[in-house]
Design a protein around this ligand. Structure first.
Ligand SMILES: [Zn+2]
Length: 144
């Protein structure tokens, strides 16, 4: 961290470039980091609720003796669908947790592959993104 005295006396001329002498790795300031952290936590909360609700719905429908066989068949289809959704939710939840860990470790906002800083636009859309767009595309093509 930069000593406060340096900030006050204005000796920190390279501040806008940021990366010179001090240990700023990702170049992301605290305020931004807090912003994304909050975003991640809100999303995490939503997902946790959705997953819990989906599980609850699956259980109640199963235990309901008034539901006849045809409905049960339809229900198991719905359940499969919901289960698929839950799986996606879980995947995102895991990625959110990983992103929160990266925030703690001060590694957030940097591509895990090429170490380039992630674009703000990308983080805005996918705050748990671990790779830059170029690397993500390579990964999807199986090149990474
Ligand atoms: Zn990359």
């Amino acid at each position: 961290m930069v000593p406060e005295s340096a900030l006050r006396s204005g000796t920190l001329s390279s501040r806008s470039k940021g990366l010179s002498a001090d240990k700023v790795k990702a170049g992301m300031d605290k305020k931004r980091l807090e912003y994304y952290k909050k975003k991640l936590l809100v999303r995490r909360e939503e997902l946790t609720k959705t997953i819990a609700r989906t599980q609850e719905e699956g259980r109640t429908a199963d235990e309901d003796p008034t539901v006849d066989l045809a409905d049960k068949a339809a229900n198991s289809y719905t359940k499969e669908f919901l289960f698929g959704m839950t799986n996606t939710d879980r995947t995102i939840l895991n990625m959110i947790d990983a992103a929160l860990k990266r925030i703690q470790a001060d590694e957030y906002g940097v591509c895990a592959n090429c170490q380039e800083e992630l674009q703000q636009k990308r983080l805005e859309a996918v705050p748990w993104a671990k790779h830059c767009i170029a690397c993500q595309e390579k990964m999807e093509q199986g090149l990474l």
